[in-house]
Design a protein around this ligand. Structure first.
Ligand code: NAG
Ligand code: NAG
Ligand code: NAG
Ligand code: NAG
Ligand code: NAG
Ligand code: NAG
Length: 349
């Protein structure tokens, strides 16, 4: 049986955040030649960031000769020196930033999608809060997901101690539990500089693409605060999720618009050069489109460094119109097929 909500005429919700009357806009370009991941010849599906020093390319920089104690400097120290030089010589409307985009570790929703197969997950199970033994509404990390985050924590420890990497100066996270938790495990117990302690800011627009799946509906602010008391909320963060709507989904055009908005917001209010963002596979894919980085899919728990030049240009940015959320159809009972090209109502048979 097919239950279709397509013609239901439910209220349409869209992000009402756009057409601000700014006379400037921000443009992002990825600076090539620093990391392997933005090189088209790097295979994302086999790339191992912990085995490859985060993908940092072994090379000289034009500023190496002025690097203090050059002979004993690591690649990361010479990179930091290069980035400082780029920033101190850049025009007033330009800056360079190193973003660390981390995907959360495996959550119960990821495990359930593997368990049921994508068609049955999308058309039936994902719209429920769980199955009686597992809960995936605002999913928590599985034991595997916790271990993935702890592996990244060890990797940061190694990079800081042995490679002398400059750690993030500021931290941001999606409001979804799997990211709040991943950030907590990833950045616990690091010997961070006193002025750049791990106190992440929770930003609504770093959340996953808003689907009809209950894993993309966030918890209330009180609950988030009681579980992650040291985290900050961005200004105006409402108690209840203002966006998730049963059986409706954000379009990827809208997602890119709010991804640009959140990046513009970060770069307008944060002078940091080294910035960590803990988010999701779909949201990081969207951020990469906005930054002009090639597609680079991350497995659960993976982290991607992106070195960007941020330029503020005069004039309004080309306008993009927000779209309404689209309606989502589901099946009344779980389809039994496990793998097929169907991932919508056509699997209901
Ligand atoms: C990337 O690696 C995967 C897994 O080994 C392989 O199937 C795929 O063909 C590779 N892609 C390219 C473009 O080489
Ligand atoms: C990535 O490399 C590390 C060694 O640095 C290894 O321990 C780990 O198993 C590798 N991960 C995968 C998915 O192959
Ligand atoms: C619920 O889903 C999980 C996978 O996330 C699975 O391990 C478990 O067996 C399922 N429970 C039932 C009652 O089917
Ligand atoms: C992680 O969460 C635990 C439990 O709330 C808390 O004690 C710890 O301070 C947190 N660590 C960080 C780095 O946020
Ligand atoms: C917030 O969410 C928690 C957990 O779902 C729930 O127990 C609590 O009643 C909610 N609080 C408010 C103010 O809605
Ligand atoms: C803006 O960024 C894009 C890539 O993201 C780049 O191709 C373009 O040259 C940039 N425009 C300006 C004026 O800097």
């Amino acid at each position: 049986m097919l239950v279709s909500y397509l013609a239901s005429g439910l209220a349409i919700i869209a992000f009402s955040c756009l057409a601000s009357a700014h006379s400037d806009h921000v443009n992002y370009t990825v600076v090539p030649g620093i990391f392997l991941q933005d090189d088209p010849s790097t295979n994302a599906s086999t790339f191992n960031f912990t085995a490859s020093n985060f993908g940092l390319i072994d090379r000289d920089y034009p500023t190496d000769s002025s690097c203090p104690d050059r002979k004993h400097s690591t690649q990361w120290q010479r990179l930091s020196h290069y980035i400082s030089a780029l920033n101190s010589h850049s025009r007033s409307n330009e800056r360079y930033s190193l973003l660390f985009l981390g995907r959360h570790g495996e959550g119960f929703h990821n495990a359930a999608e593997s368990f049921y197969g994508t068609p049955a997950w999308n058309c039936y199970w994902s719209e429920l809060d769980g199955n009686g033994t597992a809960t995936w509404a605002d999913a928590h990390l599985t034991a595997t997901g916790i271990n993935q985050a702890l592996t990244v924590n060890k990797f940061w420890k190694h990079l800081m101690q042995d490679e002398k990497i400059t750690p993030p100066e500021t931290y941001y996270t999606s409001p979804l539990y799997r990211c709040l938790s991943t950030a907590n495990l990833t950045f616990s117990g690091l010997d961070l500089p006193r002025r750049n302690q791990f106190v992440p800011t929770i930003k609504e627009y770093f959340r996953e693409g808003i689907s009809a799946h209950t894993c993309d509906r966030r918890s209330n602010k009180t609950f988030i605060h009681s579980n992650f008391p040291s985290y900050r909320f961005e200004k105006g963060f409402p108690e209840y999720d203002p966006y998730w709507t049963a059986l409706h989904a954000e379009t990827s055009t809208d997602q890119d618009i709010r991804s640009k908005k959140v990046l513009d917001d970060v770069f307008s209010n944060d002078d940091s050069t080294y910035i960590s963002v803990t988010a999701h596979s779909g949201e990081i894919a969207s951020l990469l489109r906005v930054l002009g980085h090639r597609t680079f899919s991350l497995s659960t728990g993976a982290v991607l460094p992106v070195f960007v030049k941020v330029t503020t240009l005069q004039g309004n940015s080309p306008t993009t119109t927000t779209q309404a959320f689209t309606s989502v159809s589901t099946c009344a009972t779980a389809p039994t097929i496990r793998a097929s090209t169907c991932n919508d109502c056509s699997c209901c048979k």
